[in-house]
Write a protein that binds this ligand. Structure first.
Ligand SMILES: [Zn+2]
Length: 228
């Protein structure tokens, strides 16, 4: 009752369509929520995200929460998360991810949950890593160890947006492992907001595997399918 009154006095808006949220709705209205295309990847059965990364790095399994396409609302939501400081979206996506992982997943135990790091200059410019609240929330819900310092980005580059896939794939590894802990046989989940070519995930994974034979799992919020 009290929340309903608050919604009338101070209306909350949907992050996608900017329409008013009604009681029970958080971050997205029900209509926009239904426009998100859940992949139903679950770390059990081989999926197209796995197949797109084969041969690039020695990971165990990969997964993503939603399919990403240029016309869908996920593109706008990830842009808000990344550039507009709408970090509540990270929490929203983490809640959704945890619900799926708890209900239907072959990945149940993770020793270190590691976000793809930003270079310090980019983090300073943006003010935050867009993956921080997503990973923090997910690690809390899953009781996994959040390890944002494990990897470090040592090369600063401008946005990859305008670079070709081939160009990105062959660049030197911009990530370094920053730990004295032995990660042999440890299960490490690397998290990014979007998998397109897989080059960022590949670099992060290889930065770890070059030092330790870890069990690498990959997770992103969005996955750009080659078939959409
Ligand atoms: Zn909406």
């Amino acid at each position: 009752m009290f929340k309903s009154i608050i919604d009338i006095v101070i209306p909350r808006c949907c992050n996608a369509c900017h329409g008013h949220l009604t009681f029970g709705e958080k971050v997205l209205c029900t209509s926009c929520r239904h426009q998100l295309s859940v992949t139903q990847f679950n770390y059990c059965i081989e999926n197209e995200c796995d197949r797109s990364l084969y041969g690039k790095t020695s990971f165990v399994k990969a997964s993503a929460l939603f399919y990403f396409d240029q016309a869908g609302i996920l593109k706008a939501l990830l842009h808000q998360l990344k550039y507009r400081d709408q970090q509540q979206l990270g929490v929203f996506f983490a809640n959704w991810t945890a619900a799926i992982l708890k209900q239907d997943s072959c990945l149940t135990a993770v020793d270190y949950l590691v976000p793809v790091p930003l270079h310090w200059r980019k983090k300073h410019q943006r003010g935050y890593n867009q993956l921080h609240l997503f990973c923090k929330r997910l690690s809390k819900l899953m009781n996994w160890n959040y390890a944002p310092q494990l990897l470090k980005r040592v090369n600063y580059r401008d946005s990859q947006t305008h670079k070709s896939r081939i160009h990105r794939s062959f660049e030197n590894n911009p990530f370094e492992l920053k730990t004295t802990v032995d990660l042999s046989d440890q299960t490490i989940l690397i998290v990014d907001d979007l998998i397109t070519t897989g080059s960022t995930m590949t670099h992060c994974s290889n930065a770890i595997l070059n030092r330790y034979p870890s069990k690498i799992y990959l997770l992103s919020i969005g996955y750009r399918s080659r078939f959409v």
